[in-house]
Design a protein around this ligand. Structure first.
Ligand SMILES: [Zn+2]
Length: 159
């Protein structure tokens, strides 16, 4: 069953790729934090509160999905270019697969599910989680990008 194996590996790759990316970003954030650059935690806190990553004053969203073009308090532009938020999809996907697969496995271990129930739980969570975390995944992506670019700006300024 050579084709069966190839199929499994490609599935495995698709499932793990976002975790590699999210893990790398997480590791980098931890490294920045350990190096003592104090900006990591406040920017992450602003991301969780759906606030502007630069000043923390302006809101990111005018509705559930509608984003303001720039910060009302400091003028920071949220969407730098078309497709800027594609990376947020990776974070959302990693979270969705983690929650959906985790819930199915946990429920199956604790109460035992039929295949139909496993599919129902998995599909329902896969549809719900991206919608629920849509704003936070974008907000986190914006904060991480701001951390990256503000570090570059600081290094440019120092040299
Ligand atoms: Zn701002």
């Amino acid at each position: 069953m050579v084709t069966g194996h190839a199929f499994n590996w490609s599935i495995l790759f698709l499932i793990t790729a976002p975790y590699v990316i999210v893990g790398a970003i997480g590791g980098w954030l931890f490294y920045r934090y350990r190096r003592g650059s104090g900006s990591v935690l406040p920017i992450l806190r602003r991301a969780f509160r759906l606030r502007c990553p630069r000043c923390g004053g302006g809101a990111l969203y005018s509705g559930w999905f509608a984003m303001y073009p720039r910060c009302a308090a400091c003028g920071f532009r949220y969407e730098r270019e078309q497709g800027y938020f594609v990376g947020a999809i990776y974070a959302n996907y990693a979270l969705t697969v983690g929650v959906a697969a985790g819930a199915v496995v946990a429920l199956d271990w604790t109460i035992g599910l039929t295949l139909t129930e496993q599919l129902a739980v998995g599909i329902a969570l896969s549809a719900l989680v991206p919608v629920i975390f849509f704003r936070h995944s974008r907000s986190l992506w914006l904060g991480i990008n701001y951390l990256l670019t503000s570090a570059e700006e600081a290094e440019d300024g120092a040299s």
